[in-house]
Design a protein around this ligand. Structure first.
Ligand code: CTP
Length: 407
């Protein structure tokens, strides 16, 4: 973290008493920390405390003429390489989610191009309230990292999730969020997502139930891990994660062409798309009229995008997905070998499982490895998968280095 510029926002909550310690932990790791407090935070801790531990004047108001003259708020927003709000109260999460600019900290969060992380701290019922859940979901979808909260005894005497993470833990997690320091920093990751549409005539197509959510979550997780991410997506109704380049396609043939175009320079290819295996042999030039009682569609195989990439002469690290309705592990291992993959993430589909739902579970198989990622939200699973990929790539690099040192 040497010399990394972190803007620490402190909002009003009892956990603010831990924030001066957080400043010390960040500075111990070499970070340069400037603190901005909301008016409510000043009810819990004084600006003098933060000034003493950060070594910088503390900003509390948009309307402080002397502070603005020294470093204007837009300049401060530009100065930050990361904005960390700890503790982040329920009120602050709501203001951040609705894009308010009614005080200095909220304005800085709107004006910065740096990644934003928040460490929520509040009563467990406030954390569980649907309004807070919705605000957190909005923030997550915009790429804001939610650190915690922890579970346990609360200042109000109740027990549950809502405790701010401990300063040592927060400082460690902050390190991993700094641009250029993630597990996939410097890597280019190409991902396919969503269904494909195979035309029957100009107004009809054959497709499947894939929502694209898993692929978009994998793209977000790869981006969070510091990678340059290109997402080739079939038709879906979800927004692109921040910082991810998206290429829209329709058919399996379009997807293959886009992937081969984007492949040069790619370090990791992750194939989450539910690519159609068959397409109508010919697409009628005009809308098909209902002139007979039966209509037979003759279908032909599409190209296998994943297998094509895995067989490419300049092959990246290749990860496939296996959607199975039975014998998940056996079928997934067979696909790993047959398509010559480095890793495969398998899940059970059908019977309301996996497709178009919010959570899932994954069995991840490598050439010599087996991991189970238990049932969780798709973003949590995606982060787990990205971590496994990064670990495997790092382990192979270490083996190669040892090999060349011995040679
Ligand atoms: N895949 C692909 N192109 C295809 C079909 C599949 O890139 N034409 C990829 C998927 O993105 C996934 C993996 O292959 O990563 C496995 O997909 P799946 O549908 O589970 O298996 P298939 O290979 O289609 O085999 P089957 O339908 O027989 O199970």
């Amino acid at each position: 973290m040497q010399g990394k510029r972190i803007l620490l926002g402190v909002t009003g909550g009892i956990a603010a008493y831990k924030s001066p310690d957080l400043v010390r932990r960040l500075r111990e790791r070499g970070a340069d920390v400037q603190v901005v407090m909301t008016a409510a935070a000043a009810e819990f801790v004084t600006a003098a405390t933060f000034q003493a531990v950060s070594g910088h004047p503390v900003r509390t108001s948009l309307w402080d003429a002397a502070a603005e003259a020294a470093m204007g708020h837009i300049e401060l927003a530009r100065w930050a390489e990361l904005v960390l709000v700890a503790p982040a109260s329920a009120d602050f999460l709501a203001r951040l989610a609705t894009g308010q600019a009614d005080d200095l900290l909220a304005t800085l969060c709107l004006a910065t191009a740096a990644p934003i992380a928040v460490a929520p701290a509040m009563n467990h019922l406030m954390w569980a309230n649907p309004a807070t859940r919705a605000n957190v979901a909005v923030l997550q979808s915009r790429g804001v990292r939610i650190l915690g909260p922890g579970d346990g005894d609360q200042a109000c005497g109740e027990t549950g999730p809502g405790r701010m993470l401990e300063p040592v833990d927060l400082a460690g997690r902050t390190l991993a969020l700094l641009p250029g320091s993630g597990a996939l920093a410097g890597k280019r990751v190409l991902i396919t997502a969503g269904p494909t549409r195979e035309p029957i005539d100009p107004v009809r197509f054959v497709s499947n139930r894939s929502s694209g959510k898993m692929g978009f979550a994998v793209a977000q997780a790869a981006r969070e891990a510091g990678a340059e991410v290109v997402l080739v997506s079939g038709p879906v109704a979800i927004t692109t994660p921040p910082g991810v380049a998206r290429v829209d396609v329709e058919s399996a043939a379009d997807m293959l062409a886009a992937v081969l175009r984007e492949l040069p320079g790619t370090d990791v290819f992750i194939s989450t798309a539910a690519v159609a295996d068959y397409r109508p042999q010919c697409c009628a030039p005009q809308k098909i009229k209902k002139t007979s009682d039966r209509l037979d569609l003759s279908m032909e195989r599409t190209a296998d995008v994943l297998a094509t990439v895995a067989a490419h002469e300049k092959r990246p690290y290749v990860v496939g997905f296996a959607a199975e309705t039975e014998q998940v592990e056996q079928n997934a291992r067979a696909k790993l070998m047959k398509k010559n993959l480095d890793m495969i993430a398998a899940n059970e589909v059908g019977h309301d499982k996996a497709f178009d739902c919010e959570d899932n579970q994954l069995l991840v198989l490598g050439r010599n490895a087996r991991h189970e990622l238990p049932r969780a939200g798709k973003l949590v699973l995606a982060r787990g998968l990205i971590e496994l990929i990064a670990q495997d790539i790092a382990a192979r690099g270490a083996v190669r280095q040892r090999g060349s040192a011995l040679a």
